[in-house]
Design a binder for this molecule. Structure first.
Ligand code: GLU
Length: 296
């Protein structure tokens, strides 16, 4: 068997084990929460997301949602045009949008999850939460208690007060930090990105899709380094690969997948379907999160 076929077999076999993962972090990007045509909230997809996560919960998993979309929901509520917002908006206006939108987003999530009998909680964090040992411990204690109580924590960066230089900026890295701090064994990054290609598929039509990354070597890291973000969110492939570094080194499998066919994809991923790119856990001896935070 050649190396490519051997990797494909290994990928299929490894993915079968995903259904046994116990603690799952799901990150949803702004682009997956909005209608492409109008950049307004897609309530249908939000409802499916709530159903999928509630079902995972009912299967006995610990479920943590890291949701972007605060700024997007605020911009929508304040009736700002997406292009104007992206190109001309000052930081204080963006932060005001995030403040309006975060509350709105939680209201929408709470309603959606209530349909499936699930309680949710809002957890807002910052870079300092992940770097300060006391804050880190507080976060862990609170989240552990929420999970013990059967609540689904919904995490975002505290955008309305984060400063430009000291914010994490994208929820790809934030979700990997959460996965690492909470000892999750699976992280699923959902956005409008299908996964890793050998080159940026928007610029190179010969770029090949990669389903399985057993070890995150320089060769893979170089594949995404020039890519840019999508229309609504902030993270591109480079931030997703950095998130994969954190996840893998902390012993957590990570999958990048697209919601082009809807947020229902979560069920198939956890069932082991060959969707998106799987970055296999590759636990680093003496893993130290602060070293990775310095790179963000
Ligand atoms: N925290 C930002 C928000 O909720 C999103 C960051 C990102 O796009 O990754 O609007």
């Amino acid at each position: 068997m050649d190396r490519i076929s051997a990797l494909a077999v290994e990928n299929d076999r490894y993915r079968m084990g995903l259904r046994d993962r116990k603690r799952i972090v799901i990150k949803i990007g702004s682009s997956s929460l909005l209608h492409k045509e109008t950049a307004r909230l897609d309530y249908h997809q939000i409802d499916i997301l709530a159903r999928e996560l509630s079902d995972l919960k009912n299967r006995g998993k610990d479920v943590i949602l890291v949701s972007s979309g605060a700024a997007a929901a605020g911009r929508e509520a304040l009736k700002m045009d997406l292009d104007v917002y992206k190109n001309e908006t000052e930081m204080n206006v963006k932060q005001a949008c995030a403040a309006v939108g975060q509350a709105r987003l939680m209201m929408i999530y709470q309603k959606a999850f209530e349909e499936y009998n699930q309680l949710t909680a809002q957890v807002l964090m910052s870079r300092a939460t992940a770097s300060n040992p006391t804050s880190k411990e507080n976060l862990n204690n609170t989240m552990t208690e929420l999970l013990r109580l059967g609540v689904i924590p919904i995490v975002n960066e505290n955008d309305s007060v984060a400063t430009a230089e000291f914010s994490l900026g994208d929820n790809d890295n934030l979700s990997a930090i959460v996965a690492s701090l909470m000892g999750a064994d699976l992280l699923i990054l959902l956005s409008d990105v299908r996964g890793l290609y050998t080159d940026d598929p928007r610029r190179n039509k010969d770029a090949q899709f990669i389903s399985y990354v057993p070890h995150l070597t320089e060769q893979y890291l170089n594949m995404g380094k020039d890519s840019t973000g999508s229309g609504a969110g902030t993270g591109g492939m480079a931030t997703k690969l950095h998130a994969a570094k954190i996840a893998a080194a902390s012993g957590c499998d990570m999958i990048i997948a697209s919601t082009e066919n809807g947020t229902g994809v979560i069920y198939d991923i956890v069932e082991g379907a060959n969707i998106g790119t799987l970055f296999r856990a590759d636990k680093e001896q003496g893993f130290d999160l602060s070293r990775y935070l310095d790179e963000i």
